[in-house]
Design a protein around this ligand. Structure first.
Ligand code: FAD
Length: 360
């Protein structure tokens, strides 16, 4: 997802782009994606991350239009706002406190408010609330899109701009060649003036080859898709949204289980219980699919964007929310990679922030 967005941006800016991708057997966060373009919970205590997320979703409408015009793929982007439901009084207090702390950090930029149970019900008149719903945080900053169509649109866009996508090409080595690099896979080698490593959980291993230490770990998320139904949710919620086609997506667990991508009965139970407690009518919908995928997390959950100092022209990009940040990735990277203009606000996204020396 991250590599496709950056590749799309670079190809659109006129660069000759080749995207090398391990393929369908790889760990892929992108395939598990929930499709939220989400800001309200991003960057408390990390203002530049909040700013970048907001900048990206502000650019998302034009980005989606551009993708549709260039590729014919409608990524079903809607930005009507989004909710995080509170079940019980403790969760409501927690939401209120979170909003207050965020407002303190982001002053008037943080457009999010707590709404009571009646207001939540008004937003979703076709879905009677469960008894335990006490309210929600609501933010007009938030929205959603179809992440699979997004990926297809960006890859198609790379092709339309003369770039090439190479599936089934697992990068094994990266070495200098003249002023650029030679990248080898099991069957081919590719030469490039510049390279961007955006390989999700494979990032750390590849980044080491250009002198960068980028710690990432996987976190499993399990999801369920129901059969299609008439519109019951206009607004996406954290862990619950209805797609443009009518399926309800129910998510998501957050599990530290290494590289295990199994679905489990316990995980399904956890997410469906909360969904049905929120909207009891969901109990009447049939599941059609359940799956799990691994999120790509840095130690503080924020992005890493870096250019190697030992290997100039070699860049690394990784983040937790590749859909939310897709518009920013496509727009911010070309000037940096092609013209060397360091993106304003990226100072805090270095990999060095994790290299804190131990003290005695
Ligand atoms: C359950 C779940 C829900 C999510 N929901 C959202 C959401 O609502 N909104 C949002 O913004 N984000 C969401 N995300 C996160 C989003 O999916 C990720 O941010 C995004 O997919 C990360 O993109 P990536 O390109 O870094 O990694 P991935 O999508 O994991 O892709 C990594 C790619 O690198 C390739 N690769 C790895 N090693 C090599 C190698 N050696 N050679 C060649 N290729 C290699 C792989 O083939 C793969 O295609 C969710 C993730 C999960 C798991």
């Amino acid at each position: 997802m991250v590599g496709a967005a950056i590749g799309y941006g670079l190809a659109s800016a006129g660069a000759r782009v080749s995207v090398l991708d391990e393929g369908d057997t790889a760990f892929r966060a992108a395939r598990g994606n929930f499709g939220l373009t989400w800001v309200q919970s991003k960057g408390l205590g990390a203002h530049p991350y909040f700013r970048l997320s907001l900048e990206s979703v502000d650019a998302w409408g034009a980005f989606a239009d551009e993708l549709r015009e260039r590729t014919g793929v409608d990524v079903a982007f809607r930005r009507d706002g989004g909710l995080i439901l509170a079940l019980g009084e403790a969760e409501a207090a927690e939401r209120r406190d979170f909003i207050a702390r965020f407002r303190h950090q982001a002053a008037n930029d943080y457009d999010c408010r707590f709404i009571d149970r009646a207001a939540v019900q008004e937003l979703h008149p076709a879905a009677p609330l469960g008894e335990s719903v006490t309210g929600a945080s609501f933010s007009p900053m938030d929205g959603h899109a179809n992440p699979l169509f997004l990926l297809r649109a960006m890859v198609t866009g790379i092709g339309h701009s003369g770039g090439t996508f190479h599936p089934g090409q697992t990068v094994q080595t990266i070495a200098r060649a003249g002023s650029g690099y030679v990248v080898t896979t099991a069957t081919k080698s590719f030469e490039a003036e510049k390279i961007v490593i955006a390989a999700g959980l494979g990032t750390r291993q590849l980044a080491e080859m250009v002198g960068l230490d980028v710690p990432v770990r996987g976190q499993r998320g399990q999801l369920i898709a129901t059969e299609r139904t008439s519109e019951i949710f206009r607004y996406p919620m954290s862990g619950l949204r209805q797609t443009a086609e009518g399926s309800v997506l129910i998510g998501y667990t957050q599990e530290d289980v290494g590289l295990n991508t199994d679905t489990t009965a316990a995980g399904m139970r956890q997410i469906t219980r909360r969904a049905i407690a929120s909207f009891p009518q969901l109990a009447g919908l049939r599941f059609v699919r359940a799956w799990a995928a691994l999120r790509v997390l840095t130690p503080d959950g924020r992005p890493v964007y870096a250019q190697s100092t030992t290997h100039p022209g070699a860049f690394v990009a990784t983040c937790h929310s590749g859909v939310t940040l897709a518009a920013a990735h496509a727009r911010r990277f070309p000037a940096w990679v092609l013209e060397g203009r360091f993106p304003a606000g990226f100072e805090t996204f270095t990999a060095e922030r994790f290299h804190v020396q131990a003290t005695v």
